[in-house]
Design a binder for this molecule. Structure first.
Ligand code: 8X3
Length: 249
């Protein structure tokens, strides 16, 4: 079944790549957008229905080029973003916070602004944002990330109010612990041992496919059904810091 075009940002790995694959399998023509073109080309070659487009969500010219390339679109999955650093607020590096706010917040805002006309041109559009439980709770050492994710959660809520009466749905999917190749590695600045420790002894962290499944659920509901917020954690995680482990690292 042809479902229209779905744009997925941050599609070069993790949740973004899994979402691009899943939405293509659901019948969307997927535009997989990210900075790393080599990875996108591999993704596009892995199955039909995925087209690679180079995009940096922090560069207005890059976003404008994406928008100029699109006619009407059905779905925008604002997924690009991530966490950098684990320092306390007292010791945080402002440049890390700037980068997190640029990608997780302003990136979502600017891509949404640019693609809103295309979302409204067709039969009805859907904006999905990959948020986080960090957008609804805070934890020590996470101030830059939790503040950025709280901000984007507020943007999502605001957008839904402002778009009320127009044919555009707005959804936040807020994952907890998802084991992906890069998320924790970037957070721990490339320290593989520290990154692996996050998942140590956790029987079954979520996978990128689990989140892609939630996104697919939201965007394949009938057009009058708006899934506002899906908070999704593995069974082993009751809160960011409350995780059941079968072994200790
Ligand atoms: C990732 C979830 O718990 O590391 O967005 O903040 S958490």
């Amino acid at each position: 079944m042809a479902r229209g075009t779905a744009v997925v940002t941050g599609a070069s790995s993790g949740i973004g790549a899994a979402t691009a694959r899943r939405l293509a399998a659901e019948g969307f023509d997927v535009v997989a957008a990210a900075r790393r073109r080599d990875r996108l080309d591999e993704l596009a070659a892995s199955m039909p229905g995925i087209r690679a487009v180079t995009l940096d969500v922090t560069h207005p010219a890059s976003i404008a080029a994406l928008a100029a390339d699109l006619d009407d679109i059905a779905v925008l999955v604002n997924n690009a973003g991530g966490a950098i650093g684990t320092e306390s607020v007292a010791d945080a590096r402002p440049d890390d916070w700037r980068a997190m706010w640029e990608s997780n917040v302003l990136g979502v805002v600017q891509v949404t602004q640019a693609l809103l006309p295309a979302l409204e041109r067709g039969a009805g559009g859907h904006i999905v944002v990959t948020g986080s439980i960090a957008g609804h709770l805070v934890y020590e050492g996470g101030g830059g990330y939790t503040s950025a994710k709280h901000a984007v959660a507020a943007v999502v809520e605001t957008l839904r109010l402002e778009l009320n009466g127009r044919p555009v749905r707005v959804t936040e999917v807020a994952p907890g612990m998802v084991a992906t190749e890069e998320f924790s590695l970037v957070r721990y600045r490339g320290d593989r041992a520290a990154a692996d420790k996050v998942y140590a002894g956790v029987e079954a962290p979520l996978t990128a496919d689990d989140i892609a499944d939630c996104i697919a659920f939201a965007v394949t509901r009938p057009a009058h059904v708006n899934v506002d917020l899906l908070v999704v954690k593995p069974l082993a995680q009751a809160a960011p810091h409350k995780v059941h482990r079968t072994t200790t690292a």
